[in-house]
Design a protein around this ligand. Sequence first.
Ligand code: URA
Ligand code: SF4
Length: 191
Amino acid sequence: MAMLNWDTLREQCMGCQKCALAETRHHVVFGMGRPDAEVMFIGEGPGENEDLTGEPFVGRGGKLLDDMLEIIDLSRERNIYITNMVKCRPPQNRDPLNQEQEACIGYLRNQVALLKPKIIVCLGRIAAMKLIREDFKITKEHGQWQEKAGVWMTAIYHPAAILRDPNKGPDTFQDLKGLQAKIREICTHTY
Ligand code: URA
Ligand code: SF4
């Protein structure tokens, strides 16, 4: 895919039939947030509420995510961009297959190319394994940082995982404080 603008990229994605998820989706969930964001959050894929509305992270997990962001003065309206590894809902919320992620990743790569984020935060293991390292262990490596092609990368627990296991809350609070510190260190207009 050649370099595009946001409108063209969104249009292409909205009509996409590149993998089998196109057959069962109701809405493509492209992503949302500020086109000038320095911080990008990347989840796994749309769930039921997202598939029905076309917006990322709008269910119970989405509410938790917004609450987590608010702790460190971030919001999708104000200063971040948020999207997913795959833009269409996997049936029964199963993990997206590798072939589906491969079919879809061009959209994400173009989103990154347009946004030029300083920081990418993977939400959960699926994004971390694809974007940071194939054998990334979220329980051990959440909150750690590494620079990749000039972008600072980290992963935190997925909100759905925190809802299933509230014991992950304190670690996630620490990871958010680490994110806040990194933003203060390298971002120029997030805060
Ligand atoms: N889970 C995700 O990973 N992404 C969403 O958009 C919603 C739930
Ligand atoms: Fe296209 Fe991605 Fe949807 Fe598959 S998941 S149909 S590649 S937009």
